[in-house]
Design a protein around this ligand. Structure first.
Ligand code: NOJ
Length: 513
């Protein structure tokens, strides 16, 4: 089980309202008690923070807001001592406009760094029209004009110029960055926007029947084959995990071929509705695609980019998609929480690796009441949706904000209702989300979790076995259901109704015959 730490919102030790490495070290015990196998650390590098650190100015150092490289090394060591592996986040598609490469490219048209980016003349008589009409990944345009009249490409914000992955220096630099972190004991790399690196140099427009000019170009696989060689040169225990948003599952699986990435996030599952048929299809599709390439599946319910799933599952439309903005639609948090508890048992017993986004083990919901003037996410203003609502600092202790997160004002406001969601309030309460996660993760460690097979308990029930003696049953119908015979309950996501399983509730069962 891999736990995503979003450093600016985990714990603040230096009292500036922003989380830091010292805070993570001070609260490492929480992750040890939870039983995490590995931490995925969202970017902690020097950055102007135009996109919360996904605009990196130096991949070989730590932003002063988070601490120092020495502290990062100490954290890696302490995590290892606690039996926790460390995964860092590398952002190869773009860098910060404050990165020395881009500054050099802007300063001199003849600089070699110019070719590390996508500088192009504009269209139209005076070159004042953008080279293409490509839409950005956050919405909006993808080109910005510089003082000398040329334009540069940025699939995200103008502060994140895209790198030219056709250039050998770019490839060499990132292989060296991988080594830099592997040499510091890091166990894995999460690869940001992994399918976007290559662009069609002819810069064609995006047209329905033509190959996409920057999504999933075939050449990208060569990059990851080279990265795999780097990872394997460390003895075979370093992992590469891709952020690959891809509607076609076969193309997604191509990234997981034996000489490429070890794993990739399953956004199909993350976006799937709370619906037994769709969920079952999603699980089948996921397992089939991974089987074909021999890679482990991943199960992700939330991350720092998407609506927290307590909120998502409490809405009428329980899907997630960036193209379907549900902000402000009614939410039943009690229902969402009940389903999130059931989803925890589901995602922790499917075959493969489960990812947990910090705060999901506390049952946090999306803070939909952040005043827009406090939004920091560049997506706000481009897509009319801010990802800040899922990035709110964690509640640790006490009855009032900032709930032990900081001694200052947290960088984003925490809901007052989170007083029941603190680590302190939930610890020792057998009905809390935190204790459910702790028990499930502890049990999962002792289970052998053999082969997966569906168990047929009715159309609206998602049920499966792992080997002969373990089953997970999730009731997605509107009424209680009978549990199978010859079993005892190992763990339940909520109270049973006599010997029946209520709606939106899951159980883990020991099957006895
Ligand atoms: C994906 C990251 O998860 C997201 O937070 C970021 O804004 C984009 N990639 C751009 O780096």
């Amino acid at each position: 089980m891999i736990y995503q730490v979003y450093p600016r919102s985990y714990a603040d030790a230096n009292g500036d309202g922003v989380g830091d490495i010292a805070g993570i070290r001070a609260q490492l015990g929480h992750l040890r008690d939870l039983g995490v196998d590995a931490i995925w650390m969202s970017p902690w590098y020097p950055s102007p923070m135009a996109d919360a650190g996904y605009d990196v100015a130096d991949f070989r150092d730590i932003d002063p807001a988070f601490g120092t490289l020495t502290e990062a090394e100490a954290l890696i060591e302490e995590a290892h001592a606690a039996g926790i592996r460390m995964i860092v986040d590398i952002v190869p598609n773009h860098i910060s406009s404050e990165h020395p490469w881009f500054k050099a490219a802007l300063a001199d048209e003849k600089a070699k760094e110019r070719d590390y980016f996508w500088f192009r003349p504009g269209r139209g008589e005076n070159g004042d029209e953008m080279p293409t009409d490509w839409r950005g990944e956050f919405g909006g345009t993808t080109w910005t004009r510089t003082g000398d009249g040329s334009w540069y490409l940025h699939l995200f914000t103008p502060e994140q110029p895209d790198l030219n992955w056709d250039h050998p220096d770019v490839r060499a630099e990132f292989e060296s960055i991988l080594r830099f972190w592997f040499d510091r004991g890091v166990d894995g790399i999460r690869i940001d926007s992994a399918a976007l690196l290559l662009k069609d140099p002819q810069l064609p427009e995006v047209l329905e029947d033509n190959p996409h000019p920057f999504h999933d170009l075939d050449g990208v696989h060569e990059v990851y084959r080279a990265w795999r060689r780097v990872a394997d040169s460390y003895g075979g225990n370093r992992a590469l995990i891709g952020e690959v948003w891809m509607p076609e599952v076969e193309r997604f699986a191509n990234y997981l071929r034996p000489d490429e990435l070890h794993a990739a996030f399953n956004f199909d599952f993350l976006g799937c509705a709370w619906d037994p048929r769709l969920m079952r299809e999603c699980v089948d599709r996921t397992l089939d695609a991974h089987k074909a390439v021999g890679a482990p599946a991943t199960w992700v319910l939330s991350n720092h980019d998407v609506t927290r799933h307590v909120t998502r599952y409490g809405r009428e439309d329980t899907t997630f998609s960036f193209d379907n903005n549900l902000d402000g639609t009614p939410v039943d948090l009690e229902l969402g929480t009940r389903r999130a508890r059931a989803a925890a048992l589901l995602s922790l017993s499917l075959p493969g690796a489960t990812y947990i986004y910090q705060g999901e083990e506390l049952g946090l919901w999306e803070n939909e009441n952040i005043p827009p003037e406090q939004f920091q996410d560049p997506m706000w203003g481009r897509r009319g949706h801010s990802r800040d609502g899922c990035r709110v600092p964690l509640p640790w202790t006490g009855d009032e904000a900032p709930f032990g997160f900081t001694t200052a004002t947290p960088w984003l406001p925490q809901p007052a209702e989170w007083k029941d969601r603190t680590v302190q309030a939930q610890t020792g309460d057998p009905n809390s989300m935190l204790e459910l996660y702790r028990s499930a993760i502890a049990l999962r460690r002792t289970e052998s979790f053999a082969d997966f097979s569906w168990l047929e308990l009715g159309r609206d029930v998602l049920a499966f076995c792992r080997g002969q003696d373990f089953a997970c049953v999730v009731n997605m119908s509107g009424a209680p259901i009978a549990l199978p015979a010859n079993q005892s309950v190992l763990l339940a996501s909520g109270p049973l109704d006599g010997d029946r399983l209520p709606p939106d509730t899951a159980v883990w069962l020991r099957m006895t015959s």
